[in-house]
Design a protein around this ligand. Structure first.
Ligand code: THU
Length: 158
């Protein structure tokens, strides 16, 4: 755990935040999801005139990673312009937990104020009992591998 957010991840999350589409709330967020292989996947919130269709930054980052064939994650940095750093919403916690129950969540505001937690603290027992899943297993370990070509190059994906 860190007193400051990891520099590179925070910088990339800020870049993603700059791309956020939030004309209704004007509340823009960026997320940088670091995979265990070092690759970084970015997400921003994407709102919709039909408000309930809004996609959060964190889930956007997860979707980007999954589409690239990456399912194993170390940490996520979330950046927003708020006094209190924004921790992922309940829906995003559950989606993140699908792949990384022990994910490190690092939330920062634009002033650098930071809040850090383990996803398992933010969302305990995310999988217990569902379809008879044991609590400790994570989907990333048990999911059948997709027959996708895996990119070998490191770098950021948008
Ligand atoms: N939002 C996120 O992108 N992530 C969060 O963790 C909290 C909420 C977005 C959704 C919506 O576009 C705006 O923030 C206000 O709720």
């Amino acid at each position: 755990f860190y007193r400051k957010a990891p520099r590179k991840l925070e910088a990339l999350a800020r870049q993603a935040r700059d791309e956020a589409y939030a004309p209704y709330s004007n509340f823009r967020l960026g997320a940088a999801l670091e995979a265990r292989n070092g690759e970084i996947f970015l997400g921003c919130n994407v709102e919709n005139l039909s408000f309930g269709l809004t996609l959060c930054a964190e889930r956007a980052a997860v979707v980007s990673a999954i589409a690239a064939g990456v399912r194993s994650f170390r940490r996520i940095v979330v950046v927003a312009d708020s006094d209190e750093p924004v921790t992922p919403c309940g829906a995003c916690r559950q989606v993140l937990a699908e792949f990384a129950a022990d994910l490190e969540v690092i939330s920062v505001n634009l002033q650098g104020r930071i809040y850090r937690a383990k996803l398992s603290e933010l969302l305990p027992r995310s999988r217990a009992g569902i379809l008879n899943q044991p609590e400790a297993r994570t989907r990333a370990k048990t999911a059948p591998k997709a027959a996708l070509p895996r990119s070998k190059k490191k770098g950021k994906h948008m």
